[in-house]
Design a protein around this ligand. Structure first.
Ligand SMILES: C[S@@+](CC[C@H](N)C(=O)[O-])C[C@H]1O[C@@H](n2cnc3c(N)ncnc32)[C@H](O)[C@@H]1O
Length: 209
């Protein structure tokens, strides 16, 4: 099968270092360009992910951590389905400043490639959409997501198809299953940014503690 050349499709995929990522997103937020691009590109990650999540998370009062929340597109989808307790974390303060007021309970600036400054078992679920991509957040963050999630909690994420194997997400996911850290509920190739011919793996896992 011919490999798709994902890395050259979108400028962010060329970013390598954390300070380059911050600078790019800070500028992308100016005049809401990020949100407008997502509309123009018909980016479906947040909608697709929340649609899968809601099938398994019937209680709308659960506490959710949106890892790499950006401008809050996942929060907008969560609200549509009645979820009312979610926090967001992101590297870019400029994007956090664009999140609509009263959508998230708390917003936190955080580098998800480092240990998360939260206690074990703080959340019932973690959502991470669009953030496992080239030069962004590495597979080790999954250990931290599990740590901050309660037993039987859910972790729901996308992984850009171009990095799934290259960054070792495939091995990390298998390792977590082999060590009984979580169990698979859903894992499939989703549309994501179909207009750019970029798809993502969409996973939903239940935490075992
Ligand atoms: C493609 S955007 C997705 C944002 C949002 N989840 C959405 O679906 O619209 C990727 C986000 O990851 C954030 N990000 C990149 N590297 C990060 C890191 N190391 N720690 C925390 N957030 C990071 C960026 O600032 C950006 O908001």
């Amino acid at each position: 099968m011919v490999q798709k050349d994902i890395e050259n499709k979108i400028p962010i995929y060329k970013l390598k270092k954390t300070d380059e990522v911050i600078k790019y997103y800070d500028e992308w937020g100016v005049e809401n360009k990020y949100d407008q691009d997502m509309i123009d590109w018909k980016y479906s990650g947040p909608k697709e992910t929340v649609e899968v999540f809601k099938k398994y998370a019937e209680n709308k009062d659960i506490k959710i951590y949106d890892a790499g929340c950006g401008t809050g597109l996942v929060g907008v989808e969560l609200k549509k389905f009645g979820y009312n307790k979610y926090d967001g974390a992101d590297l870019s303060q400029k994007l956090l400043d664009l999140v609509p007021k009263d959508l998230y309970q708390n917003l936190m600036k955080a580098d998800l490639n480092k240990p998360i400054d939260l206690k074990d078992n703080t959340y019932d679920a973690v959502m991470c959409v669009g953030t496992f991509t080239f030069g962004h957040v590495k597979p080790q963050a999954l250990d931290e997501f599990i740590r901050i999630t309660k037993n039987k909690g859910l972790i729901c994420f996308t992984i850009n198809e171009g990095i799934h194997e290259e960054y070792g997400f495939d091995k990390k996911i298998e390792e977590l299953e082999a060590h009984n850290k979580w169990k698979k509920i859903e894992f499939f190739k989703s549309d994501y940014i179909a207009t750019k011919d970029v798809n993502a793996w969409l996973g939903l896992y239940e935490v075992i503690k």
